[in-house]
Ligand binder design. Structure first.
Ligand code: AKG
Length: 173
C-alpha cells in the first residue's frame, strides 16, 4: 500500500466534489445477508468507459495524473458517498480485483480507514488506522488485495459527507 497525502490540492478537490455531486446519479445499494436484503449504509455509483455515467472533465484530469504517476491505465471509477459518520463500509477485501491496482482518492470529511491482514493469511493480526482527508490518495496493489482487508467504520462525531473514488481496472491488462 502507498499513501500520497494531499495528492489533490484543496481547490481541485472542491471542484471535483462540486462536479460529482452535480452529475452523478447515486444508487441506494443493497446486499443479501443471511437470506435478508439489507441496505448498504452509503450511496454508490459506477462511472467510466462504456458506462451510462461517463467520465467528467475533472475525473478525466485526475485519471490522467494517476496514470502518469502509476504507469498503468484505469477504465472505471467506483464512487462511494458517506452522507455523514453514520455511513460506513464493513470489513472486506477487493479480492475480485486481486493482482491489479486500485487508486483510492478521498474527498470531503476526514474518515478513519482501517486495514488488517485477512484471517487466512500468515500475518500477525493487527489493525492499522489511517486518517484520510480531502485530497489524500491510497494506492493498493496485488499483494495488499490478496492478504489484507479494509473498512471505514461508523464515527458518530463526523457530521459532514465524504466521497471516496476507487479508480479500477476492469478491462485493463
Ligand atoms: O471509502 C473508502 O475509503 C473505501 C471504499 C472501499 O472499500 C471500496 O470501494 O471497496
Amino acid at each position: 500500500m502507498a499513501f500520497y497525502p494531499a495528492f489533490l490540492d484543496f481547490e481541485d478537490g472542491d471542484a471535483l466534489v462540486t462536479e460529482l455531486l452535480a452529475t452523478t446519479k447515486f444508487a441506494a445499494d443493497s446486499r443479501l445477508m443471511y437470506g435478508k436484503r439489507v441496505a448498504v449504509p452509503r450511496e454508490t455509483a459506477g462511472r467510466g468507459d462504456r458506462m451510462s455515467q461517463p467520465w467528467t472533465p475533472h475525473l478525466l484530469a485526475v485519471r490522467e495524473r494517476l496514470e502518469a504517476l502509476l504507469g498503468t491505465g484505469f477504465d472505471y471509477v467506483f464512487v462511494n458517498r458517506y452522507r455523514d459518520g453514520r455511513d460506513s463500509v464493513a470489513w472486506h477485501g477487493d479480492h475480485e480485483i486481486s493482482g491489479k491496482v486500485v487508486a483510492s482518492l478521498s474527498l470531503g470529511a476526514t474518515r478513519e480507514f482501517d486495514f488488517r491482514p485477512k484471517r487466512e493469511s500468515d500475518l500477525r493480526p493487527r489493525t492499522i488506522a489511517l486518517d484520510l482527508a480531502h485530497g489524500d490518495l491510497v494506492v493498493m496493489r496485488g499483494e495488499t488485495q490478496r492478504y489484507w482487508e479494509h473498512r471505514v467504520r461508523k464515527d458518530p462525531r463526523v457530521r459532514e459527507a465524504r466521497i471516496n473514488l476507487t479508480f479500477r481496472q476492469h478491462h485493463v491488462r
